[in-house]
Design a protein around this ligand. Structure first.
Ligand code: 5RP
Length: 230
């Protein structure tokens, strides 16, 4: 199976998980990226069971609506039984690097409301230590240079994310992203806390304080489930 087939496999496994574990009438939290897209496509088949979804990006909102799935504002929802999203890296404790697709802030907000975070990845995302994937940091534009210096002082090399035509990439929130390469993140919870305290940082793409509860991982042998928190 190639990587796209593994993503489709876990997208379907996540929809099956939701159908088996989430009561009808609930609202589903939905992430962003190519694996989350596979989940959205699979969710379409069971959409009539649920009230709708809370989305973590404009891109996921468009895909949900294209499937006829109602998208609710998070402010209208006081509980989410589950949030399903991909990751750029995940370790054996369920800590993740996210934000390769630029949606880290909304992802972290929606995930923080959810009772359960179900991470959907292909096996290439499992790593012993986080950091080979450059860590995304969303930053208020006026603080770009100051935050770049503050991150570089801790090691590694933060670089402004750019679009294909060389312009600064802007998030759905109108902010820039610094992709921080050259890290070996031995203590993800401590680094998440430290980076979030730098003035101008909106969100760091470390999801460690609130990591995944469950991971559905697509492997050539099928979907493997890891549970990190009961
Ligand atoms: C988007 C994300 C994605 O979950 C992450 O980049 C993984 O994406 P994909 O499933 O396309 O590999 O955090 O901000």
């Amino acid at each position: 199976m190639n990587q796209d087939e593994l993503k489709r496999l876990v997208g379907q496994a996540a929809a099956d998980y939701v159908q088996q574990n989430v009561a009808s009438g609930a609202v589903i939290g939905v992430g962003t990226g190519s694996t989350a897209n596979c989940f959205i496509d699979a969710l379409a088949a069971i959409k009539d069971r649920y009230r709708g979804a809370v989305s973590s990006s404009e891109a996921s909102t468009a895909r949900l609506r294209a499937h006829g799935i109602a998208v609710l504002d998070l402010n209208e929802v006081d509980n989410l039984p589950v949030y399903v999203d991909g990751a750029d890296e995940i370790d054996a404790q369920g800590h993740m690097i996210k934000g390769g697709g630029g949606a880290l802030t909304r992802e972290k907000i929606v995930a923080s409301i959810a009772r359960e975070f179900v991470c959907v990845v292909d096996a290439s995302k499992l790593v012993p230590v986080l950091g080979a994937f450059p860590l995304p940091v969303e930053v208020i534009p006026m603080a770009q240079a100051a935050v770049t210096r503050a991150l570089a002082a801790q090691g590694g090399a933060p670089a402004l994310r750019r679009t294909a035509d060389g312009k600064p990439y802007l998030t759905d929130n109108g902010n820039v992203i610094l992709d921080w390469s050259g890290l070996q993140i031995e203590d993800p919870v401590a680094l998440e806390t430290r980076v979030n305290q730098i003035p101008g940082v909106v969100t760091v793409g470390l999801f460690a304080q609130r990591g995944a509860d469950i991971c559905l991982m697509g492997t050539p042998q099928g979907v493997q489930r890891a549970t990190y928190r009961a």
